[in-house]
Design a protein around this ligand. Structure first.
Ligand code: F6R
Ligand code: MG
Ligand code: MG
Length: 366
């Protein structure tokens, strides 16, 4: 049976700054999806990560389906109304356009979707990250799908030894979707050349080379490309099918133990370590640290099991301690050097305005 998993995610308001959506907002979105999705969805799961609410749903309508996108858009609008009424911060923040035009891509919400022939048993992980951007997934998914140091299946499983096809998108190019497909293992070094630049080249999807089946879909929207100004970081979501011809769940999770440095953190303008957190985790220190949550599911004919919180295991407590240390370490140097993003990536215009004023005061002397 062909199934589509769609994840649509937006920040439409939160309590106490950019920390967490309110229970009332969350319930409004959930109730909206429950009542309006009745004849459109097979199943759904609503969750929050930091200040974002994600609608994960299963259906048979394929990717980019108008009805599904409209349902999510209207659910986020309903949530925005609750946010406005209760004075939540940043009400409607990610709904950048006034009218729905058939698809939420380009309107603000993040989207990751995948249509596939459901296997007899079909496990997958849904990841959501806050206070960072889609490039945050470059390193963990490179390691999980292309490096036998992290993914033992690449040398142990005949199904995986043919490697994977990575589709990379240049997110700085806004006229059209500018993409390239690279095959591992033979294109490994070329892949590394692109993936090192996390603000420009981003993994959009990954496919098994033995079966051709899609393993990964990542949201690759860049909000400031849509709005032309700061509107918040892009806070990416991802769907990852696991086991069999794909890496095992634990192989996908392993690279997240690094707590690698990503773009985002305070004002979307810094570098901070990505902390793997429990589901529905809020935001705190320096509007961060950047967080990622993971919910693992199995599905049968599109019907979801209950989620397993992949980062709730005690193992991740030690990782979180280490990531906290890394966060405090880089924060010790404040604005200086690599702790803050380059001008092109700053999400607020203040520094650039200041520089323009200061430029006039520079003098040329012998
Ligand atoms: C980052 C983020 C926050 C805000 C910061 C200031 O993605 O959402 O760090 O940038 O709290 O917010 P404003 O400008 O809304 O006062
Ligand atoms: Mg926000
Ligand atoms: Mg957010």
């Amino acid at each position: 049976m062909k199934i589509t998993i769609s994840v649509l995610k937006a920040d439409v308001g939160s309590i106490g700054g950019h920390l967490k959506p309110s229970q009332a907002l969350f319930e409004e979105i959930k109730n909206f999806v429950a009542s309006h999705g009745k004849n459109k969805l097979i199943d759904y799961y609503i969750s929050s990560t930091g200040d974002d609410v994600a609608i994960l749903c299963t259906h048979t309508g394929g990717v980019g389906n108008r009805e599904i996108h409209q349902l999510a858009w209207e659910a986020f609008l309903a949530g925005t109304e609750v946010a406005k009424k209760s004075g939540l911060y940043g009400a409607g923040q990610d709904l950048l356009k006034d009218a729905f035009s058939g698809n939420v891509r380009g309107l603000g919400p993040a989207v990751a979707e995948m249509e596939f022939e459901e296997r007899p048993n079909e496990p997958f992980i849904f990841f959501a990250a806050d206070k960072t951007d889609p490039g945050a997934y470059n390193l963990p998914f490179y390691l999980a799908f292309a490096d036998p140091m992290y993914c033992s299946g690449l040398i142990l499983s005949p199904k995986m030894s043919q490697g994977f096809r990575f589709r990379i998108i240049d997110v700085s190019y806004t006229e059209k979707n500018k993409i390239i497909d690279l095959n591992t293992p033979e294109d490994l070094y070329d892949l590394a050349v692109l993936l090192r630049d996390t603000e420009k080249y981003v993994i959009e999807s990954i496919y098994s080379r033995s079966s051709g089946a899609q393993a990964v879909a990542i949201s690759t929207q860049r909000l400031h490309n849509i709005a032309g100004k700061y509107t918040g970081k892009d806070d990416p979501v991802a769907i990852v099918r696991v086991q069999g011809e794909f890496p095992a769940t634990g192989e996908i999770l392993a690279p997240f133990s690094i707590g690698h440095y990503v773009a985002g953190f305070m004002r979307g303008s810094h570098i901070g370590p990505l902390m793997p957190c429990k589901l529905n985790t809020t935001i705190s220190y320096f509007d961060g640290p950047p967080v990622v949550t993971g919910a693992a599911f199995s599905i049968k004919e599109g019907k979801l099991t209950e989620p397993v919180d992949v980062f709730a295991h005690p193992f991740w407590d030690t990782v979180r301690d280490e990531v906290s240390r890394k966060a405090m370490e880089i924060r010790k140097q404040g604005f200086c050097g690599p702790s803050m993003l380059p001008f092109s990536e700053l999400e607020y215009g203040g520094v650039v305005e200041k520089l323009n004023q200061l430029e006039k005061r520079f003098r040329l002397v012998d």
